[in-house]
Design a protein around this ligand. Structure first.
Ligand SMILES: Nc1nc2c(ncn2[C@@H]2O[C@H](COP(=O)(O)OP(=O)(O)OP(=O)(O)O)[C@@H](O)[C@H]2O)c(=O)[nH]1
Ligand SMILES: *[C@@H]1O[C@H](CO)[C@@H](O)[C@H](O)[C@H]1NC(C)=O
Ligand SMILES: [Mg+2]
Length: 278
């Protein structure tokens, strides 16, 4: 970008001086100074104005971000390192604050304008830290979020962790579905290299049933306090015949499985590139 700017500045300088010499000889021969000077000034102002506007639009260009979230230990920080510098970290400790980085691009995309300024953010999962960082981020920057990668540890997905994931997703989706068209999700069942891991279909089925239950419970407790419409959650539209379904949400929800340890996360990359282009 810098080199481009320098080149641009040089070009403008050259153009201006070329015009000046042209005009000087013209004025010298025709003595039309009074007419030419205002014209010249206007021209230069237009060029400079256009240049500044372009610069401004570059500075304020909408940053687009992808958020990585999910429960503790699901592999978020490992994925973050892969996406931003192409390598697995030697060791990760539980994340204490959000970290952002630029998406590392495939060579074929590095010079593509569409693929510039893509930010990846790794959020801590601990519930206090979630209230401190993730939820405020959703409220403030919802329009910058291009998609959410939700990581699940598929090797440890029992009734209890299913409930925790469902609660977590419910809270997040209630926010994202508040936005027109929602926000798209990639729900990634990570750690499928471990023999205890569950298949995506099973995980999806368990989650839909659990989120459905949570939704019904919240509805019922709201009815009990005779609070009507205004306090409803935003997942109503995704409930049909009492059953919650991801595919009825405004945002698209894709599921995939793999493991980031053995480089099996191409589904995430495909999804990312698709979202960036659209
Ligand atoms: N077997 C296996 N282990 C994984 C995989 N991905 C991550 N892990 C391990 O899971 C543990 C947690 O990984 P992190 O990336 O730190 O998880 P996190 O989601 O960032 O955790 P928090 O920051 O505490 O929320 C680490 O010990 C990783 O080595 C995987 O695909 N397969
Ligand atoms: C869902 O979000 C709405 C605002 O869009 C809010 O009023 C409601 O309390 C939320 N529900 C839950 C259960 O978080
Ligand atoms: Mg982490």
């Amino acid at each position: 970008m810098d080199a481009m700017d320098v080149l641009e500045e040089d070009l403008i300088a050259e153009a201006v001086s070329a015009i000046e010499t042209e005009v000087e000889t013209y004025v010298g021969t025709h003595k039309l100074t009074s007419l030419i000077i205002p014209f010249l000034v206007t021209l230069i102002l237009i060029i400079i104005g256009g240049y500044l506007m372009k610069k401004h639009s570059l500075i304020t260009s909408n940053k687009r971000s992808f958020v990585i979230c999910g429960l503790q230990g699901s592999g978020k920080t490992n994925l973050f390192h892969l996406l931003t510098n192409g390598k697995l970290p030697i060791l990760t400790v539980s994340t204490l604050e959000p970290k952002s980085g630029d998406l590392l691009l495939n060579e074929e995309f590095t010079n593509h304008k569409t693929f510039q300024d893509i930010e990846i953010i790794d959020f801590p999962a601990n519930s206090k830290l979630k209230n401190l960082y993730l939820l405020p981020y959703f409220h403030d920057k919802i329009n910058e979020i291009q998609g959410i990668i939700y990581m699940i540890d598929s090797s440890n997905f029992d009734t209890k962790s299913c409930h925790q994931v469902a609660e977590d997703l419910f809270e997040i989706m209630n926010i994202t579905e508040g936005k027109p068209n929602g926000i798209d999700f990639m729900i990634f069942a990570n750690k499928n290299d471990l023999f205890t891991s569950k298949k995506t279909n099973k995980i999806k089925e368990m989650l839909e049933s659990e989120i459905g239950k949570i939704h019904q419970l919240k509805l019922r407790s709201l009815n009990n306090v005779e609070d009507t419409d205004d306090d409803k959650d935003n997942l109503d539209i995704a409930t049909k015949d009492g059953k919650f379904q991801f595919q009825l949400l405004d945002g698209n929800v894709d599921f995939a499985e793999g493991n980031i340890f053995k480089d099996k996360y191409s589904k995430i990359m495909d999804w990312l590139y698709e979202k960036i282009v659209n």
